[in-house]
Design a protein around this ligand. Sequence first.
Ligand code: SF4
Length: 589
Amino acid sequence: MSINCELKVEKGLPSEIKSFIERYYSSILEVQGEKYAEARWDEIVKLPSLVFYRIIVDGKTVGWVTINKSNSVIMEFFLDEGSKGKRIEPLFLDKIIEEHKLVAAELPKGDSEKYELLKSFGFRPTREFMLYGTPMVRMDLSTAIYLEKLKGMKGVAYKGKEIVGIEKVVETQTDDEIKRSLENLIDTLGGLKNFVKRGQTVVLKPNLVSEHGLKDGVKKGGVATDIRVVKAMVELLNPVAGKVIIAEGSSLNRSETMKMFTHYGFDKVKDLYPGKVSLVDLNSDECVEKTIPDGRRLEKRSIPKTLVDADVIINMPVLKLHFAAGASLGIKNLQGSIPPLEKYKAHFFGLWQNLINTYKIIMPQLIIMDGLYGQEDFGPISGSEKKMDLLIGGTNPVAVDTVALKIMGLAVEDSPPVLMAYHESLGPIEWDCIEVRGPSINEVSQPFKRPLINLDNGKCFKIHDGDACSGCEGYLHFVLNKLRRPDPKHEGQLLIDRPFNKNVNVFIGPRSGDSINPDETNIFMGICQQHHADCGGSHLPGCPPHAEEIINGIFQFYKDVERPKYADKTEEAKLGELLKSILDSQKGR
Ligand code: SF4
């Protein structure tokens, strides 16, 4: 028999909550009963962003949920004794997620019943802290579970229409042709005057992720934002803007952004406009701490001052695929706009959500996407270039990314950050809310070859994938690929097939690990596997864990093999330690 469960917002502060809190906390072991209940009540009374929901089943109130809407953390939930165990909990949790998206919950560590309930739903213990002398645990909803739920969920109806311009560039792609197309595109969007006023400081944020777009003098399109597009943008801005800053914080070559500028010739663009154009390394820029509006997973982010002080920010991503994020477009491009520790934190606390968090703070006014060449297959750096002769532009990141995905033959569901941004009402994906100007998507679309993710087992190396999202799957594939090469110790064999005394099991996704064999070697990956962190073996923190973390976790079994390099190893190790010390210092509140 189906249960009819509703949530009703209660205006004001419901007095029943207080007695629920008192009864609940006096029933939990390890909680200092009355004292705790009183302190918790005081906290609740003072929090203006708290929402109280009455849980109603068949017209009768059976419990309460209180959630802090500014960070989507469920502070408390209670059910009447008689309503527990009747499968009401998953129903109201689903409704809370529909309303508050990627939620978390706080609970006393001693409440094993609530812990197990949340765990079976898909929450994972991510942090312990003390509250009024009581050990507490924070549980975050697995992003993989959240993404599953989003697939069947409709977003809030978008009001209005977003314009996305597509401009075909003549296939010879001369500087003049590119500039003319860029001008046309901006005119399509209302003209430069719509975005930049005389004398303003404009920041251009290209994608210069790494040096892979130019190796040994050979250019590979679709990796870095084409310098010709950035140069054309500077030329258009020159008569109007007071200052133009080209700013980037390279993701792979973190300590080398300035080298990346020179590598791709951006220093020459700067020299063409002395005193007007400058280059800024966002990885080493002074930062300002900003509160994220409705921030989930993190509530604050440190943002480079250059971006905070800018009058106008123009986001200039590349039309390319990404082995883990599905695609690296407008939303993903801002990962390069935050300093290294923030990049590391984004991975640690949940990359998809933190891309959205970052976007919400920086909010570029204009997106000009370089689609002269796209990158298919194993983007963002190791794929193949695909000549597209396109520029795509708009002001809304979700609308622009939706159009770009469609041009590449992908759906919004293929890119978690775009899907999640839509559900956070950052923009529309519905075609009746997006006006495409210029050639139609059908005219310019060319399906991009998708990367083939191979998580096949080795002889003793077993992958247990329980519905992981593309994050863990993509990053694990990246590292496993390094094992799919000849084993110097065993002729004719691959490293992944190397014999071990015990099987090495790698568990990924929220639904793997039901049959952990403690006598074998076990690796648990990411927040989805955080509840197994104490089951013996190693846990690789993050969501998805940073490639460097996975490399360390896996290559510990191949001590004789040189570890592959992802980003700068020493820099990464420093960031990991720094974050750990920050988290340790935040254990109480
Ligand atoms: S831990 Fe991995 S599988 Fe789970 S949500 Fe994060 S990236 Fe996806």
